[in-house]
Design a protein around this ligand. Structure first.
Ligand code: GTP
Length: 174
């Protein structure tokens, strides 16, 4: 192992993609507060902790709203990994998600760094959700050469797919 106490992972993605729900589902059950009966849009940022494969993660959920971009960018430099969450059923905004991802990857604090990128093709349960392969193509993931990346179908509501994705991330870090 790399002897790190905690791995800092940034959780990014458009608003409404499911970042807060996903992080809540990853939290250890004993630390889990009752789920809010309606998910309010994230304002600012929130931090969650979880472990996988012996790796301890400190995850930062930073708001998807573009006006908060300056907040996300502040975290790029110290990120050891990135989780990018996409709403697989929001076909129209996949192109916007791709633009956001491209901005992230081209940022001077990200470009050329071997920061593992895990993409959750979230809302896999929703009607007309695209398959992960289709989401990967829409995002242009095959063009990424400076980082290991992986895409995983997920349903943040049930937790399906989350453990598999995070286990991949843990293997990249160890
Ligand atoms: P911001 O806080 O605005 O950045 O959004 P977010 O990305 O944190 O999304 P959030 O977790 O608030 O989820 C947005 C909505 O999508 C909520 O109504 C969730 O219940 C719903 N949602 C999240 N994940 C899933 C999923 O896997 N499947 C379905 N069907 N709905 C989901």
């Amino acid at each position: 192992g790399r002897g790190r106490a905690e791995v800092t992972v940034l959780v990014l993605g458009l608003d409404n993609s499911g970042k807060s729900t996903l992080l809540h589902a990853l939290r250890p059950a004993d630390a889990r507060a009752p789920a809010p009966h309606h998910a309010a849009p994230t304002v600012g940022q929130q931090q969650e902790h979880f472990t996988s494969g012996g790796v301890s993660f400190s995850a930062w959920d930073v708001s998807g709203a573009p006006r908060h971009r300056a907040l996300w960018e502040r975290h790029y430099r110290r990120a050891h990994a990135v989780i990018f969450v996409v709403d697989s059923a929001d076909h129209l905004r996949l192109v916007v998600a791709r633009e956001e991802l491209e901005l992230l990857l081209a940022h001077p604090d990200m470009f050329g760094r071997r920061v593992p990128l895990l993409v959750f093709a979230n809302k896999h349960d929703a009607p007309h959700a695209l398959a992960p392969m289709q989401v990967a193509a829409a995002l242009g993931l095959e063009r990424i050469t400076d980082k290991p990346w992986h895409i995983c179908a997920s349903c943040a509501l049930s937790g399906a797919g989350l453990a598999d994705g995070v286990a991949w991330l843990a293997r990249q870090i160890r």
